[in-house]
Ligand binder design. Sequence first.
Ligand SMILES: NC(=O)C1=CN([C@@H]2O[C@H](COP(=O)(O)OP(=O)(O)OC[C@H]3O[C@@H](n4cnc5c(N)ncnc54)[C@H](OP(=O)(O)O)[C@@H]3O)[C@@H](O)[C@H]2O)C=CC1
Ligand SMILES: C[C@H]1O[C@H](OP(=O)(O)OP(=O)(O)OC[C@H]2O[C@@H](n3cnc4c(=O)[nH]c(N)nc43)[C@H](O)[C@@H]2O)[C@@H](O)[C@@H](O)C1=O
Length: 324
Amino acid sequence: MKIYIAGHRGMVGGAILRQLQARKDAGADLTLITRTSAELDLTDQAAVRDFFQAERPDQVILAAAKVGGIVANNSYPAQFIYENLMIECNVIHQAYAAGVTRLLQLGSSCIYPKLAEQPMREDALLTGVLEPTNEPYAIAKIAGIKLCESYNRQYGTDYRSVMPTNLYGPGDNFHPENSHVLPALLRRFHTAAREGAAEVVVWGSGKPMREFLHVDDMAAASLFVMELDKAVYDRETEPMLSHINVGSGTDVTIRELAETVAEVTGFRGRIAFDASKPDGTPRKLMDVSRLARLGWRAAIELQQGIQGTYDWFLAQDADRLRAK
Ligand SMILES: NC(=O)C1=CN([C@@H]2O[C@H](COP(=O)(O)OP(=O)(O)OC[C@H]3O[C@@H](n4cnc5c(N)ncnc54)[C@H](OP(=O)(O)O)[C@@H]3O)[C@@H](O)[C@H]2O)C=CC1
Ligand SMILES: C[C@H]1O[C@H](OP(=O)(O)OP(=O)(O)OC[C@H]2O[C@@H](n3cnc4c(=O)[nH]c(N)nc43)[C@H](O)[C@@H]2O)[C@@H](O)[C@@H](O)C1=O
């Protein structure tokens, strides 16, 4: 089995690669193909065509994307829609053209309407207005689902989609402005604790609720969905409603998250909130019953996952942490 993991240097692709490599080390007959973005720019149609024609993988995991937190999405909307649409179109079409039988692409919980009923079921897709801070990214992610469904309907491929909730863990992006909330707070509270600062500023009101899933759980769920029998996947999904939510099933307020990060990093000062920064969607809790019926549940509890991520963070060379 020859598997191409697109985005293997990213947080999720890296975790998927580690899990597949462990299976290979244990004797599984796997050939794992990877390319950095410098080696293969997935927005380049001709380069992607040449790559697929030369390598002809059996399966593809599409974990490459332009990714960022609320402010990055709001600041670079053109890049978020253009790069993600191009990556999806090129990879999905060229996979089909090269005879790839099965593909798994990663979307995001932001595909659902801003005010979707909670917890958000898969059939909430396209039922309402999106959150404006990440609408361009969400539109690209919705297009990814529809690309897979359309190729399945017209060409008989077996291309699947998982929709992760907010993720965190080793290998995350720790950029102070462009990252997601959890790595941003780990870094900010860590620095404040080290420097004995009196206050840490958290963006927004602290009231939005978010569901967090550890990247090792996400990688396990991705491989679980990828490896389901086609008959089982088809029984649980519909041709035009084929994506599967992946989450932990519980959420916390950003204030609660900040308090947990303060505890883990040993920060004892005051937590302040900067109302000039956007809150984004008020709540984004996934309904994970479709995945539960198929037989998968998250295993890593939030406090334990944050502690593990902080331990990993402390073990890194500070200058070499991903921060872009
Ligand atoms: N992180 C999160 O909280 C969430 C993530 N997701 C989704 O999960 C997937 C993985 O995200 P995550 O691991 O966090 O993202 P990262 O930013 O950690 O990794 C993304 C990877 O994509 C690769 N990439 C980006 N642009 C290109 C390009 N033009 N050509 C080739 N490769 C490219 C990069 O490769 P390189 O390093 O070689 O430059 C990078 O390693 C994405 O689809 C994302 O939308 C969904 C919900 C939440
Ligand atoms: C995964 C998901 O990620 C993004 O959506 P988001 O859920 O809003 O993600 P976020 O992690 O950036 O913020 C979550 C909440 O946390 C608050 N917050 C506090 N302090 C910081 C802070 O320091 N940094 C950040 N980034 N947020 C902070 C912030 O104001 C918001 O209320 C989209 O890219 C979307 O497209 C997407 O898919």
